[in-house]
Structures are given as C-alpha cells and as structure tokens.
Ligand binder design. Structure first.
Ligand code: CP
Length: 335
C-alpha cells in the first residue's frame, strides 16, 4: 500500500500486506525507542495533537513517536480549549490546523468524527479513537504485540486463539482488533461479555465472512480456557447514559492470578489496551498479576511508540530514509 499522504482512519483501509508493512517499519524503530540510536528524519516537521477526550497512552505516545523522529509537537487537549465550543465545524478546524502542521493526530468522543475532520484536512490525519467506533493505531500495536509475544514464547502463529473479554459493545479497541485479526488466517475468536455488551453484529460478520471460528459466552471461566491470548477490557463507563447503568457491569469479569492459575494455560498472554480500572468495584485486571511474565500490558503500551513512529514515517514518506538520519545517543539510558 502506498501510505504517503494518506489518512489513517479505520482498519477497513488495510489489507494483510499493509498491516505487515506497518509492522515491518515498526520493528526498524526499536533502536530509537530503546535509545540505542537517534533519528532526525522529521527534523522541521510539526505534528498537531488534538485530543478532545481523555487519553494518556495514545496522546503521549503519538507525541513521543513524532519527537523520536526529530519532529515537534503542538498539543490541544479538551474540547473546552478549542473553538469547536464556539460552533466551529470540524471541516473548518481541519482546514485551519492543516495550515499549521504536517500531520494531525486526533481523538474525539463521537463516532466517525475523525473521518469528518479528515475530509477538511490537507495533511495526513491519524485517528486516535473516535467514540465507540474505532481505534486503528491501537489495533496495529495490539497485533504487533500478539506476534511479538507468540514469538517470545516460541509458539506457532498458524492458528491464534484469542478471547476478548468485557465491554465489547462500547470498546473501540476490540472492534478494531477483531477487524485486523480477521485479515490473518485461522483466528479462533471467543467473545466474552454480558449479552447487553455483546460484540456488534457488523464486527462479528467481518470475522465470520473471513471464515474464522467464533464462540460467544457470558462465562469468564469458559472463555479463558485454551487461549493463546486473553484481551481484557474496561467497562467504558463514559459511554453509558448513567453511572448506575455502567456499575451493573463493572467488576463482572475479573482476571486475578488465582483465576489465571485455575483456567488459563500457563503460556496464555494477558493483554489490555489500558487504562485498566483499578478501583475496587471494577478491577478487571488485578494488580496481583503484575509479576506474571505473560502479563504483556506494558510491553503492549511501549509498542505503541514504535507503531506510531512507523505510521508517521509511512504517511510522511520517509520510511526509506531512517538510516540516513541516524546518529549515536550521547546521554545515559537505562533501557
Ligand atoms: N489505550 C488507550 O487508548 O489509552 P488512552 O485512553 O490512555 O490513550
């Protein structure tokens, strides 16, 4: 796929080759992320980071990725700090910001809003999450992590068994992840959720059309058995009409070390897009798993930097020039 100048809005844009292309460029970013080398290929370039909904990982890792390639970042955080609150359209905002930046990373609480914004943009726009719709860069980093972790464990990727657990209705990461994994052969999907928070039918249809096996259950202990990957998610309380309604589901599914020991294979990889909700009434992924070697959540969030660096290099057309702009690191680094 020719990425140069393209927006990254949805996993629907990708075929398997395009995913492999991103993952291959992401692997080339390892020495920069590990501070063994530095790269200044985006020296002089500017990223506009527009996050109209709370974020830690996506916002900071987009900025870190751009900085690690030598570029500079301008940030707007929260709707209240932008003229969208004065009635400015997404189209107008996109036209204006395109005049100030070479690329735009954006998160917005409404589904499809980032695509509407991209219609008015003249520079590449990368979707950092649009409501409950999609989170394509998260799906790319999740896929990178799954393949990396299976390799670390010496496991085959001929068939991959994945359980997605929790709020599958409102969780955009599981929508994008199901779409992207569907591009690979022989995925066994297990969807574990309360019936009210089930995976949307249109996503199930994507998995089904590609010929993958799908199991659906409301029972966590059934869903955890015989899996390569268990992907836990938070109840997306911000998408419910009331907190009371969200509270009906928070804490319903909890993975602890003792539940892992009881039901999971000893090599099952534990993932979560984060943030995990560590408040006692939720706690879907217990802190007592922190020493479990198969808890991949922090390797997963670190991989976000490599994948976002790869996307910037590809959409700005510099993926073949990394080595030319490489130099040694002068400062102390623990990594
Ligand atoms: N995974 C993820 O999107 O995290 P943030 O909400 O912190 O960006």
């Amino acid at each position: 796929m020719d990425f140069q100048g393209k927006h990254i809005l949805s996993i629907e844009q990708f075929d398997r080759d395009a995913v492999e292309q991103v993952l291959a460029v992401a692997r080339q970013m390892t020495p920069y992320v590990e501070r063994k080398k530095r790269c200044s290929v985006l020296d002089g370039a500017v990223l506009a980071s527009l996050f109209f909904e709370p974020s830690t990982r996506t916002r900071v890792s987009f900025s870190s990725a751009f900085n690690l390639l030598g570029g500079k970042v301008m940030e707007t955080v929260g709707m209240g700090a932008s003229s969208l609150t004065k009635g400015e359209s997404l189209f107008d905002t996109a036209q204006v910001i395109s005049g100030y930046a070479d690329a735009i990373a954006m998160r917005h609480p409404e589904a499809f809003s980032v695509s509407q914004f991209a219609d008015g943009a003249t520079v590449p726009v990368l979707n950092g999450g649009d409501g409950s719709n999609e989170h394509p860069t998260q799906a790319l980093l999740d896929t990178f992590t799954i393949f990396d972790e299976l390799k670390r464990l010496g496991k085959s990727t001929d068939t991959i068994k994945v359980a997605l657990v929790g709020d599958l209705k409102n969780g955009r990461t599981v929508h994008s992840l199901s779409r992207i994994l569907s591009l690979f052969p022989n995925i066994d999907f297990t969807f574990v959720s309360p019936s009210a928070l089930a995976m949307p039918e249109k996503i199930m249809n994507v998995c089904d059309t590609q010929g993958h096996r799908i199991s659906v259950t409301q029972d966590l202990s059934t869903g955890l058995q015989n899996q390569d990957v268990v992907y836990m998610t938070r109840v997306q309380e911000e998408r419910f009409d009331t907190q009371e309604e969200a509270n009906l589901y928070r804490g319903k599914y909890r993975l602890t070390q003792s539940i892992y020991d009881q039901y999971c294979d000893s090599s099952t990889i534990i993932m979560h897009p984060l943030p995990r909700d560590s408040r006692p009434e939720a706690n879907e992924l217990s802190d007592d798993l922190n020493r479990n070697p198969n808890l991949a959540i922090f390797r997963q969030s670190n991989n976000g930097v490599k994948v976002r660096m790869a996307l910037f290099a590809l959409v700005l057309g510099v993926d073949q020039q990394l080595k030319k702009h490489e130099s040694d690191v002068q400062w102390f680094s623990r990594k």
